[in-house]
Design a protein around this ligand. Structure first.
Ligand code: PLP
Length: 437
């Protein structure tokens, strides 16, 4: 029998600690599409860890790269010193990024990437003599991590309400989640592009001269896979351009194949000025994030004496050698194994499979984009989120790891998934939905 550690001292993130510690689930190992619990149960992972292991767990080339790096260089400060790999990674990453995102600033997480991008946006305007442009516009239901910047532009109220006044000078676009118009859309909903016009009202209210940036997830992931209506992102781009406002795409989830192409910006054919990435950057194997920056923004900072620090920002672990090794290996695996193309090919398979659950009990919406899908359920009367939690547990017992946010089941499998495994996911969810009240 496996020995269960004492669970008490660990304060678990985004977890009901007391419930979990009375009903623990512990993973010991992971390989490919599966994780294995401490008591030997194999579970199909339908969420790529947490939207991050795009090439599956413990990919041998990524493991080998990390192992080899650990024996050669464990750490190098990123301040006034470098190591070759981090420059190579910046070049590779900006080489595949769309448009003129020619510079990469490294962080250790999605949250840090978001706060870094917001700081770059404000500092960029300041560097150009427009220091009054400090407002940051997010969107209702948006998730941008847990830093003070990220929760301030974020639009999920449980993540905000305990934390005081947050950043001053933020505002929010309306969300695009309207089941009366959009329910059971396959891919991008037809209805809702006009919701981007609300940015014009926000601009009229605050005046364009006070606004630094708009930040949105191309597909809102954590709120339950909210796919942008057709034309919506292009309209945001247009209004930003008309008003000198930077557009930031938070692609922490959508980058590296998740939407069926390399980046969400490629899929939706809309170019951001800044892009945040993390998660799939290292296939989830070592924490790392990055902000990809348009060359004109970088150029605006490159003034003054050459030896002077241009941007007073950075992390002890920016460009950490182990993370760099994992990222270089991951990007190579994605390309060499054709995983971006595979995501594009498997997306219709996932779409057909999830939409087959349309008539299952409790289902009020199904939506999908690339290798992301969500099944939204009617909340139980007076007990919102409880049905979701029970489904999560029953799926796990039946050998399937899903993610539930509230009463929505999110599916974001690794891009290596095959048709049989897509079938298994939908079969198990279908059976669980039948079994639950
Ligand atoms: N931004 C988006 C769009 C995310 O989905 C997430 C995490 O899920 C974050 C930022 C935060 O990333 P991290 O948890 O690595 O800080």
């Amino acid at each position: 029998m496996p020995v269960t550690p004492n669970l008490e001292a660990y304060w678990m993130p985004f977890t009901g600690n007391r419930y979990f510690k009375s009903n623990p689930l512990l993973i010991e190992t992971a390989q490919g599409m599966h994780v294995t619990t401490t008591d030997g149960k194999e579970v199909l992972d339908a969420i790529s860890g947490l939207w991050c292991c795009n090439a599956g767990h413990c990919h041998p080339k990524i493991v080998a790269a990390i192992q080899s790096q650990a024996t050669r260089l464990d750490y190098a400060t990123a301040f006034q010193l470098g190591h070759p790999g981090v420059f190579e990674l910046a070049e590779k990453l900006t080489g595949i990024a769309p448009g003129n995102l020619d510079y990469a600033f490294f962080t250790n997480s999605g949250s840090e990437s978001v706060d870094t991008a917001l700081k770059i946006a404000i500092a960029y305007h300041c560097a150009r003599g427009e220091g009054q442009r400090t407002r940051l516009i997010g969107r209702e239901k948006g998730y941008h991590g847990v830093g003070f910047g990220g929760i301030s532009v974020g639009g999920m109220s449980p993540n905000r309400k305990m934390f005081g006044a947050l950043l001053p000078g933020t505002d929010h676009l309306p969300h695009t989640h309207h089941l009366e118009h959009n329910a059971f859309s396959r891919g991008q909903p037809e209805w809702g592009a006009h919701l981007a016009d609300e940015l014009e009202n926000i601009v009229a209210l605050h005046d364009a001269s006070t606004i630094a940036a708009v930040i949105v997830e191309p597909v809102a992931g954590s709120a339950g896979v909210l796919v942008p209506p057709k034309g919506y992102l292009a309209r945001l781009r247009e209004i930003c351009d008309q008003n000198g406002i930077l557009l930031i795409f938070d692609e922490v989830i959508t980058a590296f194949g998740r939407t069926g192409r390399r980046f969400g910006a490629d899929t939706f054919d809309v170019q951001p000025d800044l892009m945040t990435v993390a998660k799939g950057l290292t296939n989830g194997a070592v924490p790392m994030g990055a902000v990809l920056v348009d060359r004109d923004i970088y150029a605006a900072f490159m003034t003054g004496p050459e030896q002077a620090v241009e941007f007073f920002h950075g992390y002890t672990y920016s460009g950490h050698p182990l993370a760099v090794a994992a990222a270089l290996a991951s990007l190579a695996v994605y390309e060499d194994e054709g995983l971006y193309e595979r995501a594009g090919q498997m997306a219709p398979v996932l779409e057909d499979a999830v939409h087959s659950l349309k008539d299952a009990p409790h289902v009020i919406d199904i939506r999908n984009m690339g290798m992301m899908a969500a099944i939204e359920l009617e909340p139980r009367d007076g007990e919102p989120t409880l049905r979701g939690l029970e489904i999560y547990r029953r799926c796990f017992d039946a050998g399937l790891l899903v993610r539930t946010t509230g009463d929505t089941i999110a599916l974001t499998p690794s891009l290596i998934i095959d048709e049989n495994q897509v079938g298994q996911i939908v079969d198990i969810i279908g059976q669980v939905l039948q079994s639950i009240n």
